[in-house]
Design a protein around this ligand. Structure first.
Ligand SMILES: Nc1ncnc2c1ncn2[C@@H]1O[C@H](COP(=O)(O)OP(=O)(O)O)[C@@H](O)[C@H]1O
Ligand SMILES: [Mg+2]
Length: 324
């Protein structure tokens, strides 16, 4: 019996979503193989959350917990933290130092892919199309007119290190530019202004298990809002997520091949969900999520279901990949 810590929570706007992901993971791990514990990571407290709501502190020296007075050390970590500090690599560096295997990409890949500007630069160098952008750092002056002239309206403004569309705005008129920059700075110290890409939004998950690559069916996201914002992501009925997406064969092959190629170039491990916008002319890479949503309503579980993989199997594979 392997002891698994499902880490969740984190410091970002994705806290609640991460807690839901962890509960779903726990529900679906095979109890004959795994003893799973939900560990919540918050800025000032790391604790084991029991099913009855009891909280007991984690010993940070070795990431152990005490259950009924007995010390429990873990064999592996199931990373279910969307955003900081689980998806950006911070916590993974600590697990690396403790010699604890974890289900997600390593800390280097996580840190690079979580930073939207670094991520796009690597993807572009690997041959993917990305949308032109301009970076503004906190405290730096910027020329809004020049940025608008370069990128044209509408344009997107987003924090470089966040997720779930927190701090993201679509700027349709020049008067809204400054407000959108300030809004993005509430969610991070660096802001990216990005050229709007008009097309279909598509997501493709890749997972490598013991050297074998699986590319999941593609999902098309059709938001009922102006874009796939926080509300559209987490309110039932605010977006349609169509799996498998209706695509011509050439586009489907291009999306799957690009995702598998980027998975290798970024040296991903476990799950990675690649997001794109497909225009009539080209496929534009937007970002990659290395800890994608894992609730029953999330995109990746639906893609897995579409190819006949249950959540029990999906989460089991993530652990088999890192355990002997
Ligand atoms: N350049 C763009 N052109 C068109 N839509 C975009 C662009 N960038 C982001 N979006 C929209 O905004 C959403 C959130 O942006 P994204 O970069 O994925 O940030 P997050 O990490 O918060 O999900 C996307 O799912 C998409 O709907
Ligand atoms: Mg996104």
């Amino acid at each position: 019996m392997k002891k698994i810590a499902i880490v969740c929570g984190g410091y970002s706007g994705e806290y609640e979503i991460s807690i839901s992901s962890a509960k779903v993971v726990k529900k679906h791990l095979d109890p004959t193989k795994y003893e799973a514990y939900v560990i919540v990571i918050q800025k000032n407290s790391w604790y084991h959350l029991e099913d009855d709501g009891t909280k007991t502190d984690v010993d940070k020296n070795d990431f152990s917990i005490k259950v009924n007075g007995k010390k429990v050390v873990f064999d592996a970590i199931f990373n279910a933290i969307h955003g900081v500090p689980g998806e950006d690599g911070q916590l993974l560096g600590y697990f690396e130092m403790l010699g604890l295997p974890y289900t997600s990409s390593n800390f280097t890949t996580s840190a690079l892919t979580f930073h939207k500007d670094f991520c796009k630069k690597i993807a572009a160098a690997a041959g993917a199309n990305v949308s032109p952008s301009v970076i503004i750092n906190r405290g730096e002056s910027y020329d809004a007119d020049k940025i608008i002239k370069t990128l044209k309206l509408p344009l997107f403004i987003k924090p470089t290190r966040n997720g779930s569309s927190v701090g993201v705005s679509k700027v349709n008129v020049a008067e809204d530019f400054e407000k959108a920059v300030e809004f993005a700075f509430k969610a991070g110290d660096q802001v990216m202004c990005e050229k709007f890409v008009k097309g279909r939004e598509l997501a493709c998950t890749v997972m490598q298990v013991k050297g074998k690559t699986m590319v999941f069916p593609i999902t098309e996201i059709v938001s009922k809002n102006d874009f796939f914002d926080y509300e559209a992501k987490y309110t039932a009925g605010k977006s349609d997520e169509i799996t498998p997406a209706e695509l011509d064969e050439v586009s489907e092959i291009e999306i799957k091949a690009t995702s598998a190629m980027l998975y290798d170039k970024f040296e991903c491990k476990g799950f990675a969900r690649f997001d794109y916008i497909l225009t009539p002319k080209q496929l534009v890479f937007i970002e990659v999520n290395i800890v994608p949503g894992m609730s029953e309503a999330s995109i990746m579980p639906k893609q897995a279901a579409c190819m006949g993989i249950t959540l029990d199997k999906l989460f089991g594979l993530a652990l088999e990949n890192i355990l002997d």
